[in-house]
Design a protein around this ligand. Structure first.
Ligand code: ADP
Ligand code: ZN
Ligand code: MG
Length: 491
């Protein structure tokens, strides 16, 4: 929680303005300007060469796959891709940057003018602009802890130097910490669907700097912003923004001025600390990288990448809602990852009734997995087993009550559904006269419901089916039961 406690009316006087800068590491096999492995977790300083160490005389060569991934991300984020973009040197001194400059893009970035749509508090959809997506290289890592002499020394691991990055800068269109959270969630989802990054925040393959300012409501001019760094989860970004918004309002309410600065998030204390006043962009003395030609993205190349774009999460959800008659929440669950959605759809295609596979996956299977904290690939019931179960239900070969029992056994014994079914072969009553006798009893015992049905409330049939199914201990053949119930009630 924030240290400040502003009243709701004070909060209501100010409007937050937020813009996010996201760095994502691209999932190429090698680095962006040399042949070194692009791999997390290697022995320190083993994935290095003269190019990424910045030794004199070495020359960078652009990795084509990194360009393809950056273009893919640009298209997925609705950006216009520039035909000719320029690499530039961003000069600064830091021990983890052996060249003394970072190769980035400056005034001619790869892509601009994109957007992501996010749901807002009032249930509407809002477009958050993406100013630009540009390519750059990552720096190394300073290791401040974990060594016996860490109190007096900092070590350097330069493996990360030259890892390809896409930097995605949003417009200052975000107005609440929740919108920031949604934006990041959508962005990550899109990047994961396009498979250009693994977006693993713990490993640093997705990093976010949050810029935030406040202004009196109704004022057009933006307030002075602070940039919050070092935040390693979306939840913390939301908290850091909440803290910062309250802090800045308090500064203003007390008659002070917000200063432009970089602040660090401290997750333990739940607050931000001033790190340094913000360097101005010209301090970096950007100039065009003399060792790299302009990056040319031909219309042909652009179209070839566009052709490889997968169906994106939002579009996929819309289609699946229509195709499987899902509600939005279930559609979200089924599309949580592209792999999950792919597995579901591949299986559903082979079923007699794909919708039933969706229902079973979400309820019977999903519920059990969730309760046990298991992932889909740890499920004793395979997708093929699930389809088998769905088909049996569909053909009325088992009742849903029997299915539940068989699923329980499958989970108890760690067996797939078909094996359990073959062994247990649940009893079914398929003798019409036996079922009819049970129906007669239920009809006799529920005259009111019979009346309602005959007065036109046809949905009451479900009540009778349910009662008879219960009386039969789930063993009545569902198809036959349905047919006989309507016949009896109508007859
Ligand atoms: P800088 O020059 O400090 O890097 P930029 O104009 O490049 O600032 O913007 C960096 C990020 O900060 C962008 O995401 C942008 O949307 C956001 N931003 C810019 N001005 C503000 C502001 N006044 N309040 C909040 N965010 C802002
Ligand atoms: Zn290298
Ligand atoms: Mg900037």
């Amino acid at each position: 929680m924030a240290a400040t406690a502003l009243s709701p009316d004070v909060l209501a006087k100010y409007e937050p303005v937020i813009g996010l800068e996201v760095h994502v590491q691209l999932l190429t096999a090698s680095k962006v300007f040399c042949g070194c492995a692009n791999k997390f977790g290697s022995e320190p300083n083993t994935n290095v060469c003269p190019v990424c160490l910045g030794l004199p005389g070495s020359l960078p060569v652009l990795n084509a796959k990194a360009v393809e991934f950056a273009v893919m991300a640009s298209l997925a984020l609705n950006c216009e891709v520039r035909e000719r973009s320029i690499f530039a040197r961003k000069n600064y001194f830091y021990p983890d940057l052996p060249k003394g400059y970072q190769i980035s893009q400056f005034d001619k970035p790869l892509a601009e003018h994109g957007w992501i749509e996010v749901p807002t508090a009032d249930g509407s959809i809002k477009r958050i602009g993406i100013t630009r997506l540009h390519m750059e290289e990552d720096a190394g890592k300073s290791l401040h802890d974990g060594f016996s002499d860490s109190a007096t020394r900092t070590y350097l691991d330069l493996n990360r130097c030259g890892t390809p990055l896409a930097e995605i800068v949003s417009e200052p269109d975000i107005r609440t910490p929740d919108e920031a959270f949604e934006y990041l969630t959508r962005l990550k989802e899109i990047l994961l669907y396009t498979a250009v990054s693994d977006c693993n925040m713990e490993e640093g393959s997705l990093r976010c700097d949050a810029n935030v300012s406040v202004r009196p409501r109704g004022q057009e001019k933006f307030g002075t912003k602070a940039e919050v760094k070092n935040v390693n989860s979306f939840r913390f970004i939301r908290q850091a923004l909440e803290y910062e918004i309250e802090r800045q309002i308090e500064v203003i309410e007390e008659g002070g001025r917000v200063v432009q600065e970089t602040r660090l998030w401290n997750a333990h204390e739940g607050r931000t600390y001033s790190m340094r006043s913000k360097e101005q962009a010209h301090d970096y003395r950007y100039f065009p990288e003399p060792d790299l030609p302009p990056l040319i993205v031909t219309p042909e190349f652009l179209e070839s990448v566009r052709a490889k774009l997968p169906e994106l999460p939002e579009a996929r959800r819309k289609r699946m809602i229509a195709e499987y008659e899902l509600n939005p929440k279930d559609a979200h669950t089924l599309t949580a990852s592209r792999e999950f959605a792919d597995r579901f759809e591949a299986a559903a295609k082979t079923a007699k009734n794909p919708r039933r596979v969706a229902n079973l996956l979400l309820s019977e299977l999903g519920g059990r997995l969730k309760a046990l904290g298991l992932e889909l690939d740890q499920s004793p019931i395979s997708m093929a087993g699930l389809v088998f179960a769905a088909d049996l239900l569909d053909e009325g070969m088992i009742s849903s009550k029997q299915l539940k029992g068989l699923f329980d056994i499958a989970f108890e014994k760690g067996e797939d559904f078909p094996a359990v079914y073959e062994r247990e072969k649940p009893q079914q009553i398929t003798d019409s006269s036996a079922i009819e006798a049970m129906i007669d009893q239920v009809i006799a015992a529920n005259p009111k419901q019979v009346e309602q049905y005959r007065a036109g409330k046809k949905t009451m049939a479900g009540f009778f089916v349910g009662q008879v199914m219960k009386a039969s201990k789930g063993q009545a053949n569902p198809a036959l039961l349905n047919e006989l119930v309507t016949k009896k009630l109508d007859g």
